[in-house]
Design a protein around this ligand. Sequence first.
Ligand SMILES: [Zn+2]
Length: 507
Amino acid sequence: MTQPNNPPAKQPVTPKDAAAMILLRDPADPKVFWVKRAKTLAFMANYHAFPGGQRDAGDAGITILNAEDMPDAVMRVTAIREIFEETGVLIARGVEKITAERRAALRDEFHSGQIPFKDLLEREGLTLDASLLVETPRWVTPATSPRRYNTRFFAAWLPEGQETEIIPGELEDGEWLRPREALQKWIDGDCVIVTPIFCAIQAMAEGVEDFAERMKTTSQEERDHLERRVQFRYGVFLCPLRTPTIPPATHTNCYIIGGDEMVVIDPGSPYPDQQAVLDHVVARFIAQGKRFREIIITHLHPDHIGGVTHLAEKFNLPVAAHRLTAEAINGEVRVDRFIEDGDLIELAEGATGLTWRLRAMWTPGHARGHLSFHEERTGSLLTGDCVVGFGTVVIAPPEGNMNDYLASLRRYLELPRLTALMPGHGPVIADARGRIEEYIAHRHVREKQIINAMQAGANTIPQMVKAIYTDVPEAMHQLAEMSVLAHLEKLEGEARVVRRGDEFTAV
Ligand SMILES: [Zn+2]
């Protein structure tokens, strides 16, 4: 195989300024407040997070005491305004004079847009004070994310006499819990959080006193490392690597899973700079005393196997895949072991007594030999290219088959525990069942559109694509044609379509 050129990385999205508030209460037995984001949000749906949001144009006009030498004083205003908007908690000098009822009324007034935050504070005689907040390290969303924020995290104690109240909408609910309990929920797979939330909770679990100071001692090198392999679940690391994949995706997610023993799933990048990133991550795990058992391939596509041979040779690792995948890539990538539907891969960790139980599922449809893996302890599902973090999946016959694909999606829904989808591309999906159901519904809509197009006189595939994919740029029509063909093959199999040469008619 020839070495592909190293194309320049796509220009990452510019991060937007944002602030979040880590609210604490009960100093004698500290608890932290986190929220669950709504299912309907386009970004981080159903994730757990700290309340916060983007900087508002009006924030800069609000005075904040004790912030004279703080270059980002305005971000403290943003954090205070956001925590008021999202939880009703007002952190300001003079707030003790305001009753709970009055505070709730002020929030309603502010929410409905009747008064800017600045005017509200002035009218009520309230003053913001930076000394009421503690700053913890900022975090910039990794460059691979479709949306990026430069987020300042602040911590504050819940003011005397106040309570949090979530108005359902962008947030589903909120919860006070001990940092250790939050950490345990994460270990058990009961929440999906991003790295800065995890880092804060971990630091707080060791003691709320001075946690921000302890976080600041994390070296830049360590932070870069944390960014390169995002730990979405305990022992489940995601390492997005740039690959020659299909837009809107630019990266393929490589996963590293396990405890004392680990496996690497889909090291897909053929680019030397990306392979070097993964080499570094793997070498670091080995230096920590981990052992790598094998490399696993979900399916045959180049953006999932492009780095397999390099990694296998570098660390002397065997390669495992479904038999159909092994046959298809024979001569290109050596496969040492076949994985069948129902096979169990167990990876233990002595220190914690935890075991990762990866149950293989043969899920054809996107590709004949496609494998998914269900981590049974936490209910995490590695979906490969059956479900991805953004957009939909290409079903291109003859490798792709729509009937098989829908059957694979339905099999996902039968799993007893499903807490998150870890896709082959894009962000981790915390609304697992919702997304799968959405995918099935999307295919049903497409099928209906195809039948309608045929009834309206579009009988060839290019005609149908023109009629249906009005929202898709023409450059993508070739892929759309594949998808339409996959649907037509399914309909033909169900005797709902008759094919004559290149023409299809609905029965
Ligand atoms: Zn694929």
